[in-house]
Design a protein around this ligand. Structure first.
Ligand SMILES: Cc1cc2nc3c(=O)[nH]c(=O)nc-3n(C[C@H](O)[C@H](O)[C@H](O)COP(=O)(O)O)c2cc1C
Length: 390
């Protein structure tokens, strides 16, 4: 067994049975392609590598043979590799893509294995992801700019680089993989606008202290990831969060329940709103400055916080609202969730012991039915969205 087989499905089965042509061009960022190739396999893909001549001066084809388990295509031969491999593949990724190759593809030039593979794929209507990487001066060149727009018009998904100082840095691997899964996956949330509200709220006590809670925000990230991969336009509104938010998810930040309440007016456009944030039920009457230390028996004056899910329901008439509820005991949780499910599209119950944990149990309530599921938060996010769209 080739070593590349051993890592298959290590991360997920999202790219199972998917054939991907990974095309490399002569940017230094091709050092990243080894890891990209391995991660595509870890998600279950079969990968064929194509390399331009300038790439082979930067990294050796043996490295990519080791990564993919197959000899990279360095030239086109009588085996017509561009037809045999590209015509029945599910996706082509050009990563990194040089200014040179961008402009060639935009003009329909097919003069090497990479440009011929992409031109063939576009002719067949196979999805193509272009991941540009170059010095900012090249990126700002009007001809290159125009050609990038042309690629978008041709139907390519261009993952724009991050601009840092004078460099247009290649999109991160996580973003490339998520877009690959999104393009070849089931896309049952295509054109749907989905808002996920996650993380913990933090309420001011004075200018430096807050009351917050132990929510890690993990569920909201897994839900955002899942919805993105299934084709949705996702926005994540996040409070205090321990987890790193993927760079491809659009975000807005809030701190307090009041901040969130001010944002509710922007919820109108959403088809689904999932509220899994741990929001404070009580708000302290905050003091300016810093409460001096050493006060004996200091008490806080708390008032009841507004209920955000009720505010959203008033504003967002068309949106289906999915609310999370956390309780200490299962019997109480089920009773509360049942009550809530009379007023909301769907309710997801979990016990407070699940805060910050990777594996947990949830109770999903929709249209009078209840389903109890256990697993890691990634798999549970899939279950929740499956039931949400069913
Ligand atoms: C060390 C080195 C690094 C390079 N990095 C880039 C790059 O990041 N982006 C780019 O567009 N061109 C870069 N170039 C220039 C391309 O390799 C050159 O334009 C080449 O003709 C591209 O050919 P290809 O698109 O067929 O691979 C680099 C060249 C060298 C020698």
């Amino acid at each position: 067994m080739h070593p590349s087989e051993e890592i298959k499905f290590e991360k997920s089965t999202s790219l199972k049975n998917k054939r991907i042509c990974l095309c490399l061009t002569g940017s230094v960022a091709c050092v990243e392609s080894f890891y990209l190739c391995r991660d595509l396999i870890r998600h279950g893909a079969e990968v064929n590598v194509f390399m331009t001549e300038s790439t082979t001066r930067l990294i050796h084809p043996d490295l990519m043979e080791f990564a993919s388990g197959k000899k990279p295509i360095l030239e086109l031969t009588g085996r017509t590799e561009h037809i045999t491999l590209c015509s029945d593949c599910d996706l082509v990724i050009v990563s990194p893509c040089t200014a040179n190759t961008i402009s060639k593809i935009a003009l329909g030039i097919a003069d090497n294995p990479v440009t011929t593979c992409v031109t063939t794929a576009l002719g067949y209507g196979i999805p193509v992801i272009i991941v540009p990487a170059m010095h900012l001066s090249l990126m700002k060149n009007k001809a290159v700019e125009r050609n990038i727009k042309k690629l978008e018009r041709l139907g390519c998904k261009v993952l724009k680089p991050r601009i840092e100082k004078e460099r247009a840095k290649i999109a991160d691997r996580e973003m490339i993989i998520a877009n690959a899964i999104r393009l070849v996956g089931k896309r049952d949330l295509e054109d749907k606008n989905i808002l996920i509200i996650g993380g913990a709220s933090a309420e001011r006590i004075d200018d430096i202290r807050v009351i917050t809670n132990r929510s890690s925000g993990k569920f909201s990230i897994e839900l955002a990831r899942e919805a993105f991969e299934r084709g949705a336009n996702v926005e994540l509104w996040y409070g205090w969060m321990k987890e790193k938010i993927p760079s491809y998810i659009r975000t807005k930040e809030f701190e307090s329940v009041k901040d969130l309440s001010d944002m509710v007016k922007y919820t109108k456009k959403f088809d689904f709103i999932i509220v899994c944030a741990a929001l404070s039920n009580y708000i302290p009457r905050a003091l300016d400055g810093k409460i001096p230390s050493g006060i004996k028996g200091l008490t806080l004056d708390l008032e009841t916080a507004p209920t955000i899910i009720d505010e959203i329901r008033k504003i967002c008439k068309k949106g289906k609202i999915i609310v999370f509820k956390a309780e200490e005991r299962e019997d109480k949780l089920i009773e509360k969730c049942k009550d809530l499910s009379n007023n909301f599209y769907m309710v997801v119950g979990n016990l407070i012991t699940s805060f910050g944990k990777e594996d947990t149990t949830i109770w999903i309530f929709k249209k009078g039915k209840m389903k109890k599921v256990s697993g890691n938060k990634k798999d549970l996010a899939r279950h929740i969205i499956d039931i949400m769209v069913s």
